[in-house]
Write a protein that binds this ligand. Structure first.
Ligand code: M6R
Length: 364
């Protein structure tokens, strides 16, 4: 049932080009030019703000979507961890659209947060992998991510499919709010549709990452840095690595480096910098140089243009296919997953069933 793979996680990482293609096809239809959400979709006309709630990796998908929705649709977005949201009991002003993201659809805190919003938020939308789950059933509209069963405790294909559905929600919001010219919408949709092929190309990094992972496996602390929409992915990289390899890892917004974490930098602490050649590239490179000046070994994950401009002194560079500025985090999720996977394999930990963790957290 692992389809020839050693672990479910490896199988699920490899499935991503196919499941992402299927999910996009489902929502974009044959022509691929129109976003069609089920149940009449989401009417954004009365929406003045969005509140997004989830746990773990699903929370990090929400944090990424905040960048997309705010930039494309110019709607303010609040993102909360479900266990904090539910007990903080935040005010839910009129005009709030509440979005809950959960692979299993059964996470206790996310479900409790949803119930808190029932009768308070104007509309409750969920983004789930299990359409018959409690979270799906209790929302006004459930958007399936169509990732197929995810068995590995570490979420991989569910994350990228959550991002795909949330990207479509962001584009649909922008279109309805008159913020996106038809030509720009077509351009964004084309870059999403190019993603499965780019995913395939990124999977070629299995080999170099397998090699690098032997050194990462010796580390006791690892830092992940990213800026803009790559910041949530830095958090996801750290979460994935600690979850399955038991190495202490932290994700930071690159600009926060000098506000504390740079004190950790030394030659035994690998720093993984995720920096596609986008409008923030130069800023991130200057943070990277600060790390190198203090002897920190940098693993730079970038594209060909970024690699050409980054200068020398990095420990290793992984070259990614080009991606649109906006949706790069979807693509860069793959090396992040592969780094965690190969490091765990190198350490000999139980990749699919890491200690102390459950696939679905149905108790708070
Ligand atoms: O089923 P859910 O998406 O609600 O689960 C949320 C988290 O428990 C989950 O993403 C967890 O953080 C993963 N094990 C991360 O890989």
């Amino acid at each position: 049932e692992k389809g020839g793979y050693k672990h479910f996680m490896a199988k699920e990482i490899a499935e991503q080009p196919a499941v992402l293609g299927d999910a996009l096809h489902h929502y974009l239809g044959e022509e691929g030019t129109e976003i069609t959400l089920p149940g009449g979709g989401i009417d954004f006309s009365g929406v003045t703000r969005i509140t997004m709630v989830a746990c773990g990796t699903a929370y990090l998908a929400c944090l990424t979507a905040k960048y997309w929705i705010e930039r494309l649709a110019r709607l303010p977005v609040d993102v909360d961890v479900a266990s904090e949201f539910r007990y903080r009991e935040p005010p839910i002003p009129e005009g709030t659209l509440a979005i809950f993201v959960s692979q299993s659809g059964e996470t206790a805190d996310t479900l409790a947060a949803l119930r808190y919003c029932t009768g308070r938020a104007d509309r409750i939308v969920s983004v789930v992998n299990v359409p018959e789950s409690s979270i799906a059933r209790e929302s006004d509209l459930a958007l399936p991510i169509l990732a197929g069963a995810e068995i590995g405790v570490a979420s991989t294909k569910a994350f990228t499919c959550q991002l795909a559905v949330l990207a479509l929600v962001a584009l649909d919001a922008a279109r309805q709010r008159g913020r996106l010219a038809p030509a720009d919408l077509a351009r964004h949709l084309a870059s999403l549709q190019a993603m499965p092929a780019r995913f395939n190309a990124a999977l070629a990094l299995h080999e170099p990452i397998g090699r690098l992972a032997r050194r990462l496996a010796e580390a006791t602390d690892v830092l992940f840095l990213g800026r803009g929409a790559m910041y949530p992915l830095a958090l996801e990289g750290a979460l994935k690595l600690k979850e399955i390899s038991y190495i202490h890892a932290e994700g930071y917004a690159s600009g926060e480096l000098k506000h504390g974490p740079i004190a950790l930098v030394e030659k035994t602490v690998p720093v993984i910098v995720m920096a596609p050649h986008d409008r923030l590239f130069d800023k991130t490179v200057s943070n990277m140089q600060e790390v190198m000046a203090r002897g920190g070994p940098v693993l730079l994950i970038t594209d060909a243009r970024g690699a050409a401009e980054a200068g020398s002194g990095v420990w290793e560079t992984l070259i990614m296919p080009e991606a649109s500025d906006l949706f790069a985090p979807m693509l860069y999720a793959l090396p992040v997953q592969l780094l965690a996977y190969h490091t765990a394999v190198a350490k000999g930990t139980d990749v699919d069933q890491p200690r102390n963790l459950a696939k679905s957290v149905t108790v708070e």
